[in-house]
Design a protein around this ligand. Sequence first.
Ligand code: GLC
Length: 436
Amino acid sequence: MEIVQDYSFKLLKYWRTSLLVRVLSLIAAFALTALLIVLPARSQPVVLSFLMNAPEVPTLRPLIAEFERNNPNIRLNMIEAPNATNLVEDLNTSSFLLGSSPYDLVNMDVVWLAKFAAAGWLRPLDDQVSQAELATFLPGDIEASRYQGKLYRLPWRTDVGMLYYRTDLLQQAGLQPPETFANLLQAAKTVQQANDAVQWGYVWQGRQYEGTAAMFTEVLQGYGGFWVNPETNEVGLDRPEAINALNFLLSTIQQGISPAGVSTYQEEEARRLFQSGNTVFMRNWPYAWELLNQAESPVRGNVSIKPMVHAPNQTSAGCLGGWGWGIASTTQHPEEAWKAIQFFTSAYVQKQTSLTGGYLPSLRSLYNDPDLLKKYEYFPLVLEVLQTPALRPQIAQYAQASDILQRYLSAAISGRTSSEEALQAAARETRSLLGA
Ligand code: GLC
């Protein structure tokens, strides 16, 4: 005890007499306080928030956990959003309009890009990624990720509309898969009449939402028509090709090939009905294949995919869809956001999400991956269809243009107006939107 007292006394004496000791101890105290303030702040991980369409959440959750384990300084706050792309777009849009979006990353449908980029809501990514890296992606996906020459999105999955059919039912009826719209109607009717267990011939998306605009784009192109020419703003919705395209869809309902309920269907409603086993054909994106072939699926092993049908003398077209990551211009954490994007777009993540979620990769090399090819025999076919896809117009006013088309398609599909009236009104409103 005495020794301690003696020691403290000596220290105090030093402190009083030596200026150097006094200065040094003040510096030490200051440094210690600074450390105590800074350390806890630094050990808090950066949180990156983003919305994710509900069906994709389970596929991404384990991958996010893996990313967080390897990057303890970043936490990914995935917020579950609705399924329909236009609803998720609205959520993102309203938060950007408020000035400072709470989201750091934006998982973007290909059709949002022009609007989000034109509004200044995204950081350009050109400086982050080399030309050589970009060349490893499907060219159409990269093209669709640019606005006025700048890159705003890195794709993690592509998408394209396809025609699904029941191989067993066509074979029993001695039919080949259809090539034209007329073939499809005929084959559907033949199988429906021959087989009591087959209630429906064709299911598709007809609800008032983005998926119906996407589906219509490919029927329209299959008839040789167009929606909006993005170069000239010319509108093709009231031309005979467009009216023929809508009449084809209406005839499927009028002839009892499609249920009147398609007017309320999104992708999943069509998929569930087709999967229950009583339908011959379905229009859908490739994600459905994985679900259709799961162990408990009644149609497992009896489904094939082909390019969409077309009119005689025209070629078939699948609508280009797909999703990619952008960085919100308002984020405080662009470096961490870029790190997350590199992970989400990596070959590793794309392969996993393809294997578990059935999504189409956007990296070219994965179309030669033996595990993926074993599971998805249609990959080479998809690559072919992606050579000449049907594009929804890449214009900044896309959301409004699509909203107009969705409203009038829905009015015709649910029998409230004729195809001519619907498309003439849609064309008129679209022209006034584009100032044409
Ligand atoms: C898919 C496509 C997307 C499209 C949407 C419509 O998610 O990838 O591009 O807009 O379906 O429902």
